[in-house]
Design a protein around this ligand. Structure first.
Ligand SMILES: Cc1cc2nc3c(=O)[nH]c(=O)nc-3n(C[C@H](O)[C@H](O)[C@H](O)COP(=O)(O)OP(=O)(O)OC[C@H]3O[C@@H](n4cnc5c(N)ncnc54)[C@H](O)[C@@H]3O)c2cc1C
Length: 393
């Protein structure tokens, strides 16, 4: 087994791991990134697409946002559709001028991988058998297999950026973490379609047949979702059936939903989950490894990048001056934003999705909440400032 040494060993080349490595590179801190999938797989994974202004600013300032700035689509509002009408929430007017940017997570990941490879710094794809050890010591280790060889990476700290199904969180001994979760009896059937978006802004639709969302990834690509069962069988959803359902849920008199070839489709289950603290010894969890949200609030990707911004700052301070106060406060600092996003995502989800049993009482409450949010400036402002991202440390 060969042994290598680095300052920060990063498990996972998703948005959290790649951004952390980039921010640490700017601070002159050595990193190693280990990813168990292939580059092609990671770059093709269709996921989030709504980026908060603060995260755009972070990426641009870090020199990783050139294409995002050029190709990202700035949106100043969203629409809520219910009871046969659409109502606009003017996000920027209500939230101090801030906006959101539509830019696919896949594109962001491609940008970050390209920057990393250009820098010549270590990023290994298709590693296997990743495991983390000696977490309570000052020399934690990552063991893995790469290109047929067993490797050991000795680190100052390990960043667990390996998503919800990764190995870092389960490596923390039982009893250390407090876990909080909420399941939902529905999922989203999402499609990527080769057709210009029919709406200028995102449309969140409450409908008696279930929730639908009209979103986009570019001026040529629409991203559309319908509420479905969490275990929905895609084989039962030929393209025609998907379009009929989308037309029913998103359709309005005088507006048409343009159809086009479906390039990708998939079902995503929904869950809220948080573990605390986001640290064990010299292992720091970031992004989906520590928390997930249902996608209704568009917060998952943003939270992951907020975490690594806090972690990168804390590591830089520690490496510069041996001041560990930022690292000690890391979990608490992140948790304030995480729980705000957890609440907002849960709130949007329960306001917009058809309850499992279609309970008429719940439906009346949802419609009342939607009317309130679209007629009260105070309620709309609350939605807007959460959606564009609150100012927090
Ligand atoms: C199907 C799906 C759809 C989503 N849609 C939306 C959406 O529409 N809107 C929204 O806001 N959010 C969405 N999200 C959430 C958002 O994509 C995530 O919050 C975001 O990807 C978090 O980034 P991350 O880097 O923390 O984790 P991830 O993106 O999960 O990255 C983790 C990385 O670690 C790697 N890894 C895992 N295990 C190991 C291991 N043992 N060794 C090495 N590497 C490992 C993985 O391959 C992956 O590359 C979606 C998530 C999923 C799963």
């Amino acid at each position: 087994m060969s042994r290598t040494r680095t300052q920060v060993g990063i498990v996972g080349a998703g948005p959290a791991g790649l951004t952390l490595a980039h921010l640490l590179q700017l601070e002159g801190i050595e990193t190693y990134i280990l990813e168990d999938r292939s580059r092609e797989y990671v770059e093709a994974r269709i996921r989030a697409g709504v980026i908060e202004q603060a995260i755009v600013d972070l990426l641009v300032e870090a020199g990783a946002g050139a294409r995002l700035q050029h190709e990202g689509l700035v949106h100043h509002g969203i629409e809520l559709q219910f009871a046969g009408e659409r109502h606009r929430i003017p996000l920027s007017d209500l939230a101090g001028g801030r906006a959101i940017v539509i830019y696919g997570q896949t594109e962001l990941v491609k940008d970050l991988i390209r920057l990393r490879l250009e820098s010549g710094l270590p990023l290994h794809f298709e590693v296997s058998g990743v495991s983390v050890h000696e977490l309570e010591t000052e020399r934690p280790l990552i063991r893995y297999r790469h290109e047929g060889r067993d490797e050991e990476l000795e680190c100052d700290v390990i960043a667990g950026c390996d998503g919800f199904h990764g190995i870092c969180r389960p490596s923390i001994p039982a009893g250390v973490l407090s876990e909080f979760s909420r399941g939902y009896p529905f999922g989203w059937l999402g499609i990527l379609a080769e057709v210009a978006p029919s709406n200028d802004e995102l449309v969140y639709a409450h409908h008696e047949r279930g929730f639908a969302l009209s979103s986009l990834r570019s001026p040529e690509l629409s991203r559309l979702y319908i509420q479905c069962r969490p275990d929905e069988d895609l084989a039962e959803w030929p393209d025609d059936r998907i379009w009929v359902e989308l037309q029913t849920r998103l359709g309005l008199e005088g507006r048409t939903l343009a159809e086009g070839p479906i390039l990708e489709k998939g079902v995503t289950g929904m869950r809220s989950y948080v573990c605390e603290p986001m640290r064990y010894g010299r292992l720091f969890l970031a992004g989906d490894a520590a928390h997930i949200v249902p996608p209704t609030g568009a917060k998952g990707l943003n939270l992951a990048l907020h975490d690594v911004r806090v972690l990168a700052d804390a590591l830089a301070t520690w490496h510069r001056s041996e001041d560990a106060s930022g690292l000690d406060a890391y979990s608490d600092t992140c948790m304030r934003r995480v729980w705000r996003a957890e609440h907002f995502s849960w709130w949007m989800t329960q306001m917009l999705h058809r309850p499992e049993d279609g309970d008429p009482f719940d439906l009346k409450l949802q419609l009342s909440q939607l009317r309130y949010v679209t007629t009260s400036r105070a309620a709309a402002t609350s939605l807007a400032e959460n959606y564009v991202g609150l100012d927090m440390v």
